[in-house]
Design a binder for this molecule. Structure first.
Ligand code: AMP
Length: 192
């Protein structure tokens, strides 16, 4: 069965790592809006230039830009057999936009994976990552801002997907492989 998945959770919870493992397991592309923005920033594209100010402050890039890149990406050939979206949707209006895209493509969402961990763990992990990756938006102030944006704009979306009966909640603290196995077991149970 084609899997069309969202992976949600605060920055530093391990979404990117788990998205890559799920992508490999199901043979689908992992699509990260943050990665798409960073690629455009690095290459100095018009999209990158427009997005830069928001990313550097830890704010959400406006919907017109963000929704468009997701719509374009989901329309590509390698997304026909499923995908996992990491970092999108992040606001109620993005949920609406995604609903409309999926209706147009006539492909329903399979499930939403929500990872969670407490704030101290997240801050520690992100400070470590900042040293390794040197991301410009991994300063303590911007990290705190991104966690606040998540709490206010994105976390409430979990209730929306919970009501739709497609939400799986998994603890983001533990061994990477065992977290991945828990997610896959729960996804398989949801559609059994
Ligand atoms: P991430 O790598 O997912 O943490 O994303 C890095 C930054 O890219 C975020 O702090 C936002 O500025 C921007 N971004 C990524 N995804 C979205 C989205 N769905 N909506 C708005 N901005 C986004």
């Amino acid at each position: 069965m084609a899997q069309r998945l969202l992976i949600m959770g605060p920055q530093g919870v391990g979404k990117g790592t788990q998205a890559a493992l799920l992508a490999e397991h199901y043979g689908i592309p992992a699509i990260s809006t943050g990665d798409i923005f960073r690629y455009n920033l690095k290459n100095g594209t018009p999209l990158g230039k427009e997005a830069q100010g928001y990313i550097d402050k830890g704010e959400l890039v406006p919907d017109e830009l963000t929704n468009k890149i997701v719509e374009d990406r989901l329309g590509m050939d390698d997304a026909k057999q499923g995908w996992i979206l990491d970092g999108y949707p992040r606001s109620a209006s993005q949920v609406e936009a995604l609903d409309a895209m999926l209706q147009n493509l006539d492909t329903p969402l399979s499930a939403v994976v929500a990872l969670d961990a407490d704030r101290t763990v997240l801050m520690e992990r992100m400070e470590k990552r900042a040293k390794i990756e040197g991301r410009t938006d991994d300063t303590p102030e911007v990290i705190a801002k991104r966690l606040d944006v998540y709490a206010h704009e994105t976390k409430p979306l979990l209730d929306v997907y919970g009501e739709r009966g497609v939400l799986i909640r998994v603890d983001g603290v533990g061994e990477i492989a065992s977290i991945s196995k828990t997610i896959i077991d729960q996804l398989d149970a949801l559609h059994a």
